[in-house]
Design a protein around this ligand. Structure first.
Ligand code: 3HC
Ligand code: NAI
Length: 691
């Protein structure tokens, strides 16, 4: 076989060494599945071969089924057929696993008669994260091999386990530094005996223990359809022969694969990876090395940003204006780590190690040694320009100078330096040590390798970086502003905060706009509106009444009682009704569907403008921003994917109606939205162009 074949096979010394070779992750495409069946046939037909070793070339064993094939016409042989050809092989087949054996990859290994893992191996069934269940025998073979309760946990949580844990569970026979060598020896030792298949129900464990775990699982999983399907399939392992279990598993798999929720999750999987591709960057552009960082401003954001560096093992200096502010900043960081230690998610030793990487300093001079400087001071252009002007004289040549600004013009900030090529935005989300989104704001003069540095650094900090162009609020906050405006309008027209929030939580958000506002503090928006000479009559009236949200015990809700989540407050209702009357508005009942549409469709419209202006490169980038920056419910795929599922003509029609009703011209459908709707296309049709 040629080396580029998706499966290679070498017969030597009584062993057929079959390698999956489909970079980068050995996904089990049709060609790979066919290659496995062929290789097994040839090995079994060759009298010189006594045993077979199945392994993966390159980065790992296999990351599972080729997700890009889902929804396309089936290609024979199926994965189940390929696995059956392994399991039914008269000559023993041993899997040699290094790196990832995930999903269908692990299911293929489960079809083997024994498994050897390298110490770095990761074995798991993550299908649940794509809204699926293992669909090639995993729900039947894993419980029969390691017991129903541990198998249920692996499948429902979807997190891989390491080699040693896999050995302890009985999933692999051996852990070996040279898995192919060890698998070869094991395979030869099995030659001649009847191969052991993962089909024996004796290992399932006690039925009662499984039922108990199933109840707990279903309770935790809520409406997650994958969890219910997994429980059902594993239960069949107790009740029916494996063939029936496999058939039921298949039926569940097909149903879930075609469910819009799984399609949405698969879209986000690829969108997240596509967002790493930066259009227009010269090929081969590499990021600059970042060995040391500085963060200016140790407030809400700065402390969390510094923690990200320490967590990634990068020394960082937190810079403040005076010792008191610095002490407060460092204490907040220490407090956050203490909470993690208390919760058991961080050891004391790890905490000490991380804290030792965070140095405090007063004065910007301390940024001189840093390869990247992130400014997180107050949101004031004058102050930011002053700081960047000074940094210009302090930072070492080639240092990347980033601002964490939420809204401000990164080009103007860059103009305060003599090196605008080194300046960009790195916009973290609150809490900065938790939220995974990082908007990398690329200015007009930002150098390609500075953008690449921020993207690579973002990944090192365990963030999901997405590139945005310069505009007010970038991708996320610019769209959020549309939602905020509608939320206020809905209150004026007749809705109450709890009704607006309930509409969004029913849609799948963890909280609605007013709960979120109360949590973040209503004074943030108030200050911004004042600076812009804008008004939001109800939000302003609340702030003027001293109701700034949770921190003052009152905002849109009342937090003074025992309920941490806050309760509706008659005073707020009265205030809203008064403001409506002052505006001459006759209040009316507004249904949940209208509320949801009024909140979400203007955001989609703004997303279309953002695409049109080239602020975001792809619709999927916008979806990733909303998933990781604002907890958009993953099962609807993000605003732009969701738009396609509703249908763009309907969105155009609704927006036109909202614009006519309110006289608000910003609600008129964006030209791109109109054009795509008229052409019968969706936003997804723009993805291929951007790739
Ligand atoms: N199918 C198709 N493409 C895949 C893939 C898969 N299963 N897994 C990864 N890829 C692609 C990615 O899209 C990416 O493509 P790109 O370079 O064009 O953007 C490339 O492989 C590399 O992937 P990552 O950037 O994610 O590489 P990492 O090294 O960061 O991560 C990984 C590797 C942990 C394997 C990660 O890719 C991953 O989690 N993959 C998905 C694993 C999974 O969910 N498997 C189950 C699939 S469903 C299944 O098997 C059904 C079965 O039960 C019937
Ligand atoms: P903050 O008010 O909590 O902290 C700002 C800190 O900067 C203060 O501790 C202050 O002492 C310090 N500071 C001011 N001038 C300084 C100087 N010259 N040198 C060193 N330190 C100085 O503000 P927060 O909320 O952390 O915001 C910081 C930036 O991050 C702003 O640009 C904001 O828009 C942005 N941001 C804020 C988010 C949030 O949710 N709070 C989310 C994302 C971005």
């Amino acid at each position: 076989m040629t080396p580029s074949a998706p499966v290679t096979s070498v017969h030597a010394d009584g062993v057929a060494l079959v390698r999956l070779s489909n970079p980068p992750v050995n996904a089990l495409s049709g060609a790979v599945r066919g290659g496995v069946v062929d290789a097994l046939q040839k090995a079994n037909a060759d009298p010189a071969v006594r045993a077979i070793v199945l392994t993966g070339e390159g980065r790992g064993f296999s990351a599972g089924a080729d997700i890009t094939e889902f929804g396309k016409p089936p290609v024979s042989p199926s994965l189940s057929e390929a696995i059956a050809s392994v399991e039914e092989s008269p000559k023993p087949v041993v899997a040699a696993i290094s790196g990832n054996a995930l999903g269908g990859g692990l299911e293929l290994a489960l079809g083997c008669h024994a498994r050897v893992a390298a110490p770095d191996a990761k074995l798991g069934l993550p299908e649940v994260k794509l809204g699926l269940l293992p669909g090639a025998g995993g729900t039947q073979r894993l419980p029969r091999l390691i017991g129903a309760v541990p198998a249920l946990k692996i499948m429902v949580e979807g997190n891989p386990i390491g080699a040693e844990a896999a050995k302890a569970a009985g999933l692999v026979q051996e852990v070996a530094a040279d898995p192919v060598g060890a698998a070869t020896a094991l395979a030869l030792s099995l030659a001649g005996s009847t191969p052991r298949r993962s089909r024996d129900a004796a290992n399932l464990g006690a039925r009662e223990a499984f039922e108990e775990a199933a109840v707990a699982t279903l309770k935790r999983a809520g409406e997650n359809p994958s969890a219910a399907a997994i429980v059902d399939a594993v239960r069949l392992a107790f009740e029916k022969p494996i063939e029936e279990g496999l058939a039921a598993e298949r039926a569940h798999f097909v149903r879930l694969r075609d469910d819009p929720r799984s399609k949405a999750l698969r879209h986000l999987f690829f969108a997240e990876r596509a967002a790493a591709q930066i259009p227009g960057l010269p090929k081969g552009t590499k990021g600059r090395e970042v060995a040391r960082a500085a963060v200016i401003g140790g407030g809400t954001m700065g402390g969390g940003i510094a923690m990200n560096f320490a967590n990634a093992g990068i020394p960082v200096t937190l810079i403040e204006t005076d010792q008191d502010a610095l002490t407060r900043g460092l204490e907040r960081v220490a407090g956050n780590y203490a909470t993690s230690v208390k919760r058991g998610s961080l050891t004391e030793a790890a905490r000490d190690q991380r804290m030792s990487l965070i140095k405090g300093a007063v004065g910007l001079e301390a940024a001189a040694e840093a390869d990247v400087v992130i400014e997180a001071v107050f949101e004031e252009m004058g102050l930011k320009k002053e700081i960047f002007g000074k940094l210009d004289g302090i930072a070492k040549p080639g240092a990347v100078l980033a601002s964490n600004t939420s809204y401000l013009d990164v080009d103007e900030i860059a103009s305060a330096t003599s090196r605008p090529g080194d300046v960009l935005g790195m916009h973290f989300f609150s809490p900065a040590n938790v939220m995974k989104l990082l908007e990398v704001v690329r200015g007009a003069k930002t150098a390609p390798d500075a953008v690449a540095t921020a993207m690579e650094l973002g990944r090192k900090l365990a963030k999901v970086p997405v590139v945005s162009g310069v505009c007010y609020g970038f991708i996320g906050n610019r769209m959020l502003a549309r939602r905020t405006a509608q939320a206020e309008r809905l209150l004026l027209e007749g809705a109450l905060p709890q009704e607006v929030d309930a509409a969004l939580t029913a849609y799948g958000f963890r909280m609605g706009p007013f709960q979120m506002g109360d949590l973040a503090g209503l004074d943030i928006g108030w200050r911004i509106r004042k600076a812009q000479g804008k008004r939001a009559p109800i939000a302003d009236a609340l702030c003027e009444a001293g109701r700034l949200g949770q921190k003052t015990g009152k905002g849109y809700y009342d937090y003074s009682g025992a309920a941490r989540s806050g309760v509706p407050d008659p005073e707020v209702r009265a205030l809203i009704e008064r403001v409506s009357a002052e505006q001459g508005i006759t209040r009316r009942a507004i249904g949940q569907e209208e509320i949801t549409e009024r909140l979400l469709l203007p955001m989609i419209n703004e997303g279309a403008r953002i695409l049109e202006e080239g602020i975001a490169a792809r619709p999927g980038d916008i979806d990733v921003v909303w998933l990781y920056g604002y907890n958009w419910p993953a099962t609807t795929g993000g605003p732009m994917f969701y738009a396609d599922t509703i249908g763009l003509p309907r969105i155009v029609e609704r927006l036109e109606r909202f614009a006519a009703q309110s006289g608000d011209e910003t609600l008129q459908p964006a030209p791109l939205l109109r054009r795509l709707a008229a052409e019968g296309r969706g936003f997804s049709s723009l993805e291929a162009k951007a790739a």
